[in-house]
Design a protein around this ligand. Structure first.
Ligand code: SF4
Length: 226
């Protein structure tokens, strides 16, 4: 089974030929791509553009740029299950190899923006909440590990976290993240924004635990599972 974006190209390729389709692209891989922008852009949305269009064009020309009063701090180039890239990559070519060379993935091509006034910890917590809810429950690291990750992030966000909780998040990323530990790519995808965010926003995490009132975060079965 493939996705509907791919299927929707087939009638046009059959009608117009492969050369026509390849010629629509701005890079060696052919065709168009549904790119998107969400977050504090002026006109968030989905835009069909030549594959290989730069994020600068997608964000500034199609989505109208950042909202007034907000700066781009970082972004997930290919949706929730890709790793953060910093604002220095804001004009990155959105083909397959370039985001990989920068340390992330093209993924869905739907960029999620982090602005300079939004907490990266809150953003990652929100993403992990989504992934924990979407787990089908088949594999223990995903079923129990992702809710545990979410609880640790909530504690840090609410000022109850400890430096050890940051270490636990690193451990969870190391243990749940690699492909092959779980039956499908849901868990490794869920860990991508966490693992990259722990590195990119290390100072934010440290600042939150340095002023926190430590509480207890129950690991439950996940402690053994992960
Ligand atoms: S990794 Fe995939 S198969 Fe395993 S519990 Fe998560 S969603 Fe289900």
């Amino acid at each position: 089974m493939n996705n509907i974006e791919t299927f929707s190209n087939i009638p046009h390729i059959l009608a117009n030929g492969t050369e026509w389709y390849l010629g629509l692209s701005a890079c060696v891989d052919g065709g168009t791509k549904l790119y998107g922008v969400s977050g504090r852009a002026k006109r968030p949305g989905v835009f069909e553009l030549p594959l290989g269009t730069s994020l600068g064009v997608i964000l500034n020309e199609c989505a109208g740029g950042m909202q007034d009063g907000y700066k781009l701090r970082a972004f997930l180039p290919g949706g929730a299950s890709t790793a953060f890239l910093g604002a220095e990559h804001a004009d990155i070519i959105m083909d397959y190899p370039t985001p990989e060379k920068a340390g992330s993935r093209l993924g869905t091509g739907l960029a999620i923006l982090l602005d300079d006034k939004t907490s990266p910890i809150g953003m990652i917590r929100n993403l992990e909440h989504f992934f924990a809810q979407e787990s089908c429950g088949w594999c223990t690291p995903c079923r129990d590990g992702l809710p545990w990750v979410e609880r640790l992030l909530i504690a840090i966000e609410e000022g109850r976290g400890t430096p050890e909780d940051i270490e636990r998040l690193h451990d969870a990323a190391r243990l749940i993240g690699p492909m092959g530990r779980t039956f499908c790519a849901h868990a490794p995808g869920a860990i991508a924004p966490l693992a990259s965010g722990l590195k990119m926003f290390a100072e934010d995490f440290q600042r939150m635990v340095s002023k926190s009132t430590p509480g207890t975060v129950e690991s439950g079965a996940a402690g053994q599972a992960a």
